[in-house]
Design a protein around this ligand. Structure first.
Ligand code: ZZB
Length: 259
């Protein structure tokens, strides 16, 4: 499986507390995505509060935050000083990332926050996930839950200002669903929360394929053009600007439960 790793730059003032050993470094949360064309619509990113994460030094001196397994994979993909050797600067739980403000490539919003998501799989991607509630039903429901449930925000120490101001940013038009497919499909399927796994899988199925086959860009350098023709070009723009790298994952690892 080949992902695009989006480098979300952590604002300096967030390198405090548990993250203070990283102060002064160029630190990025690394999110694995299959939908680079939706990056305009990012409203936040996600970490698993109980998940194990680390900060890893890359060949160019950048520090990237992800799970150990992803860092090990990257070390074999020419991103570390020595092939196969991981340089872990710091380890911490996902809770340390909650409330981190980041500047993410292509995102219309200048400053978005890392929030808790319970359904993140640590055996897939990096364990850091970017959130596009306009086009991802899971992201839409997880953000809606945080907005609707003060107790949930309180449980994870999430401040209102990290969540409440953020509305869906439409970035891909799909004739069947309009300018933001995820809220529409969640409504159609009467999905009430992020815990409705079965319905959310159905919603994902409905939106994933249509986004590619029928989607038209609403924002960015390729506004007005079909997703299927420009997806790769948008990926390449991010990579050329240093905002993303390619990350491959062996198929077997994705299947294993061990992480
Ligand atoms: C932005 C985005 C926009 C995504 C969208 C999806 C959608 P797949 O096909 O199951 O491999 N993701 C990445 N890593 C994880 C993880 N460890 N745990 C949970 N979710 C993860 O799914 C890949 C997608 O799942 C990635 O692409 C990422 O979210 C998320 F509009 O990034 B995506 C209908 C989906 N739309």
């Amino acid at each position: 499986q080949e992902y695009v790793l989006v480098k979300m730059r952590v604002y300096d003032e967030c390198l405090v507390g548990e993250l203070s050993p990283l102060a002064g470094r160029d630190v990025f949360l690394a999110a694995a995505t299959l939908r680079p064309e939706t990056m305009y619509g990012q409203t936040n990113c996600w970490a698993l509060p109980d998940g194990d994460y680390g900060a890893f030094e890359m060949a160019n001196g950048d520090v990237m935050v992800m799970c150990d397994r992803a860092a090990r994979n990257l070390a074999f993909q020419e991103h570390t000083k020595e092939p196969g050797v991981v340089n872990k600067l710091l380890g911490f739980k996902g809770t340390a990332l909650i409330g981190c403000a980041v500047k993410s490539p292509l995102a219309v919003l200048e400053r978005i926050y890392c929030l808790p998501m319970m359904t993140i799989l640590m055996n897939k991607g990096t364990g850091v996930v970017t959130s596009v509630p306009s086009d991802s039903p899971m992201d839409f429901m997880a953000l809606s839950d945080l907005k609707a449930k003060p107790a949930l925000r309180e449980k994870f120490g999430v401040k209102d200002e990290w969540v409440m101001p953020f509305e869906v940013v439409p970035c891909v038009h799909i004739p069947e669903f309009g300018d933001a497919c995820a809220p529409i499909v969640c409504e159609q399927l009467k999905i009430k929360s992020q815990n409705e796994k079965v319905k959310l899988e159905e919603a994902k199925g409905k939106t994933y394929l249509k986004g590619f086959t029928d989607g038209i860009m609403l924002l960015g350098a390729h506004k007005g053009e079909p997703v299927k023709l420009v997806k790769q070009k948008i990926r390449d723009i991010m990579i050329a600007d240093g905002g993303a790298i390619v990350y491959s994952e062996p198929e077997k690892q994705v299947m294993s439960r061990s992480g």
